[in-house]
Each structure stands twice: as C-alpha cells, then as structure tokens.
Design a protein around this ligand. Structure first.
Ligand SMILES: O=P(O)(O)O[C@H]1O[C@H](CO)[C@@H](O)[C@H]1O
Ligand SMILES: O=c1cc[nH]c(=O)[nH]1
Length: 238
C-alpha cells in the first residue's frame, strides 16, 4: 500500500536499499550502477528506484536532509515495505585533521545533538550503532577494492549552520565527521530489528575549510556507492 511519502506497493522495493540524502544522487546511483532500474517514487521529488546490482535486487531512494526527514522514510521503508538492510550513502564534514576531503568514513556509531532519542528513551541515552554484519561486509569490500576508509563515531547534527561550541566538543572526543541523519537511521533500524549502516564521503572540512561542489556531491562519490552495493551483494550471499 502506498504511504503518505512513498507511492509504491509492497514488492516494488527491494529488501536492501541505499539511502542518499540527495534524491538526485539516488537517480545517479540508479542510472549508473543498477541494472534495469524502475522508478517507484516521485512524491515530493524524493526519487526511489529498484533494479539489480550483480543480479541482487537493490533499491535506492533519497531521504531528504535531517533527522525528521530520514526518520519518516526509514520508518515507512521498514514497517510498510519490509526493507531489511538500509545503507545511507551521504556526505559529511571532516572533524579530524587526518580525515581529508573525499575520504570515506564508515560510521560505527552516531552521536547526535538531536533530542529524538532522549524523548523516546525517557531522558536516558541510547547509543545508535551500525549493524555489525553490514559494517564488516562494507569494511572488507573497501579493503578488497583498495579503498582506505576511516571507521568510527560520527555526529548527526540537527543544525548545518551551528554557531555553538557543539562541534568542537565532539571533535575533542575523536568524532570523525558531521552529517545529519545516521543517529536516526540506526535507531529506527534497531527498534525494528533491521540492519543499518552509514557510509559517508567527506564533502568539506571543518578543519581546513576546503569544500566540494554540489555536482561532485551528487555524482562523483562513487567509491562509497560501490562499497555499499558490494556489501549488499556480500550479505545476500550469506
Ligand atoms: O549528502 P547528504 O546525504 O544529504 O548528507 C549531508 O548533506 C546534507 C547537508 O548538506 C545533510 O543531509 C547531511 O547529512
Ligand atoms: O559539514 C557538513 C558537510 C556535509 N553535511 C553536513 O551535515 N555537514
């Protein structure tokens, strides 16, 4: 049944899905990596496609920006469409000197400035964590492809433009990068018994001030896309 945000029927969406924030990155992935991609959603311009990758059914769909937006899509995908493996493929800002622009980060955990989980868990602190099977598959595939990845904690911030000292506190605690969705994705998945992972490409650096262009963010972050797709193939072979 179609949901308020996804105009598809059960069976239109694969059990494994890639989730970029940018719907045009979803289109790029579908057109450049999937075999026989079929568009299943255009509601709000949030494009969703299903095809296959190396014969394995895979979907790819935008999530929009921020925790409320990805929470809606992750919830509907898991609960209404039976999606089981969700891999966010996003961009992030580097928070450490050794994390360079265009590097790939696998988020083993995600801190957040959001209060969603404090509300959900009645003031207690849930630790949003990646699924280990997906993380291991992605890490091993990255190594097989000769791609160096950073693995560690990221910050899912509610604010893109943040004048507070929050970023510095998380940097001092070794956080690798800042984005805006992983903590919500990990929590939605954990609450539903689904598997989730976040793979990020560094689009800019909070340390050096370097930045990539919107076109690059949409189209050229191919390493993380390949890692995510290969991880899904590895998982499906288990
Ligand atoms: O490139 P995406 O996946 O959208 O991810 C990052 O980019 C957006 C901010 O520009 C936020 O959604 C942030 O998490
Ligand atoms: O600095 C950045 C870059 C990408 N996405 C973010 O949320 N922050």
């Amino acid at each position: 049944m179609p949901t308020p945000h996804i105009n598809a029927n059960k069976g239109d969406i694969a059990e494994s899905i890639l989730l970029p924030g940018d719907p045009l990155r979803a289109k790029f992935i579908a057109e450049n990596f999937l075999e026989n991609p079929v568009l299943y959603n255009e509601v709000r311009g949030i494009l969703g496609y299903t095809g296959t990758y190396k014969g394995v059914p895979v979907s790819v769909q935008g999530t929009g920006m921020g925790i409320p937006s990805i929470s809606i899509y992750a919830h509907e995908l898991i609960h209404e469409f039976g999606v089981k493996n969700l891999i966010r493929v996003g961009s992030c800002g580097a928070m450490q000197e050794n994390v360079k622009i265009r590097d790939v980060i696998i988020a083993s955990s995600a801190s957040t400035t959001s209060s969603i989980n404090r509300n959900r868990f009645k003031g207690l602190d849930f630790a949003p964590t990646a699924d280990f099977d997906l993380l291991l598959a992605a890490y091993n595939k990255a190594r097989d492809m000769g791609i160096n990845v950073h693995v560690g904690n990221v910050l899912s911030s509610d604010l893109f433009y943040d004048d507070s000292s929050a970023a510095k506190m998380f940097m001092d605690a070794g956080t690798l990068g800042v984005e805006m969705e992983a903590a919500a994705l990990y929590t939605e998945a954990a609450l539903a018994g689904a598997k989730a992972l976040t793979i990020l490409t560094v689009s800019d650096s909070l340390i050096t001030g370097e930045a990539t262009t919107p076109q690059e963010r949409q189209e050229t972050f191919k390493e993380m896309m390949k890692i995510a797709l290969e991880a899904i193939v590895a998982l499906s072979a288990k």
